[in-house]
Design a protein around this ligand. Structure first.
Ligand SMILES: [Zn+2]
Length: 236
């Protein structure tokens, strides 16, 4: 969780990193996804810092270099920086949804292109977290996750110029992050789904454990599929 890490020397800065469990959980899941060639190819050629980090993590495992790179990535999220004196403290305490938006600025789960049928004005919406219809999940469970995804984008955009309803087309990214407060047994989540004729395999879940005391802000762990079993990763 970074909490037991000593001070890291990165370049000329001394850095302490805290509360990295949300970041670590995302990395564990995406690293596990690299067993699939198609995803690994994407990671191998990616130019974003987070995907390059995942590539090295898959190759090297949790080495000292990896912890330094993690500190560098989190340091770029200036929101986490606590001071800039002799020691820079990075408190990566974050809602995981916000964190995804920070660390995957170019790796979207979906892109919506809304075109006005009247004036052809175009609006593009990009999101790292795929919105889902929680009512569907609550009623039918995760077996209906595809419906919940397709019904999740409830926004019927109207043109900002002429107020006509827009025609919307959606494309999905190489990875999909879904957030939901609807709890389920892990094995009730479908192993694979199809969206827009693209095939997606479920790699794992990140579970929020909530506050367990006044001083604790909660904790995230990653649960990764291994056949019908699940492996729990608690920090890097
Ligand atoms: Zn218009």
């Amino acid at each position: 969780n970074g909490n037991i890490s000593p001070v890291l020397k990165v370049g000329s800065s001394n850095i302490i990193v805290k509360n990295t469990c949300s970041f670590d959980s995302i990395v564990q899941i995406l690293a596990a996804a690299c067993i699939y060639d198609k995803f690994k190819e994407t990671v191998d050629i990616a130019t974003t810092d987070t995907f390059k980090f995942i590539k090295s993590f898959v190759q090297l495992g949790p080495t000292k270099k990896i912890y330094k790179t993690r500190a560098e990535i989190l340091k770029n999220v200036t929101y986490f920086l606590q001071d800039t004196l002799d020691i820079v403290t990075i408190d990566a305490l974050s809602n995981i949804v916000n964190l995804c938006e920070y660390i995957f600025p170019e790796n979207y789960s979906y892109i919506e292109i809304c075109t006005c049928q009247t004036c052809h004005n175009i609006k593009i919406v990009k999101k790292c977290i795929l919105p889902v219809n929680e009512e569907i999940l609550n009623k039918y469970g995760y077996a209906k996750i595809v419906d919940a995804i397709e019904e999740g984008k409830v926004l019927k955009f109207r043109c900002s110029k002429c107020n006509e309803e827009c025609f919307t087309s959606v494309s999905y990214g190489v990875q999909l992050f879904i957030e939901s407060s609807i709890t389920t047994a892990l094995n009730d989540i479908p192993f694979s789904i199809q969206l827009n004729k693209q095939h997606y395999t479920h790699i794992g879940c990140i579970v929020y454990h909530g506050q367990n005391s006044q001083t604790s802000i909660g904790h995230y762990t990653a649960h990764i599929r291994n056949g019908t079993n699940w492996i729990v990763y608690d920090d890097m």
